[in-house]
Design a protein around this ligand. Structure first.
Ligand SMILES: [Fe+2]
Ligand SMILES: [Fe+2]
Length: 140
C-alpha cells in the first residue's frame, strides 16, 4: 500500500494576509494541527497527543501575542473584538487539553474539525480585515 501523501489541512494561498511574518506563523499553526491529526489517525498514545496539544496551545499564544502587538502598534480600530476572539480560542484549547488529560474526551474528528475551521475562518475574516486596514494605512 502506498503511503498517504495528502495533507488533511492544506495551506492555501488564499489564506495569505500579505504580511510574510504572519503567514509563516499561520503556516506553523496549520502544521501543528496536521501533526495532531496524524497522531490521532495513527493511534498515538496519550503522551504524544498531549505534547502536540500543548505545542498547539503554546504556539497559538505566541502567535496571538505577536499579532496583538502589531495591531496595537497600528491602532487597529477593532482591536478589542479581535483580542476577544483570540482569548475565546485559547480558553477553548485549554479546556480541550484539560478534558483530554482527564480522560473525559478523546481526540475526535469533531475536535479536529473545530480547530481547523476556527483557524480558517479567523484568518479569512478577522486577520484579513486587519491586513486590509494595515495596507490602507501604509498607502494613505
Ligand atoms: Fe487573529
Ligand atoms: Fe492570526
Amino acid at each position: 500500500m502506498q503511503a498517504q501523501a495528502t495533507t488533511w489541512f492544506p495551506w492555501k494561498d488564499a489564506y495569505s494576509v500579505q504580511v510574510p511574518e504572519i503567514d509563516e506563523q499561520h503556516k506553523r499553526l496549520v502544521a501543528i494541527i496536521n501533526r495532531l491529526q496524524d497522531a490521532m489517525l495513527q493511534g498515538k498514545g496519550r503522551a504524544v497527543i498531549e505534547s502536540v496539544l500543548s505545542d498547539l496551545e503554546d504556539y497559538t499564544r505566541t502567535h496571538f501575542t505577536f499579532e496583538e502587538q502589531l495591531l496595537a502598534r497600528c491602532g487597529y480600530p477593532k482591536f478589542v473584538a479581535h483580542e476577544a476572539q483570540h482569548r475565546g480560542f485559547i480558553a477553548k484549547l485549554t479546556q480541550l487539553r484539560d478534558e483530554y488529560r482527564s480522560g473525559s474526551i478523546t481526540m475526535s474528528v469533531q475536535v479536529m474539525e473545530f480547530m481547523r475551521d476556527w483557524l480558517t475562518q479567523h484568518i479569512l475574516l478577522e486577520d484579513k480585515a486587519y491586513s486590509e486596514h494595515m495596507t490602507l494605512a501604509v498607502t494613505k
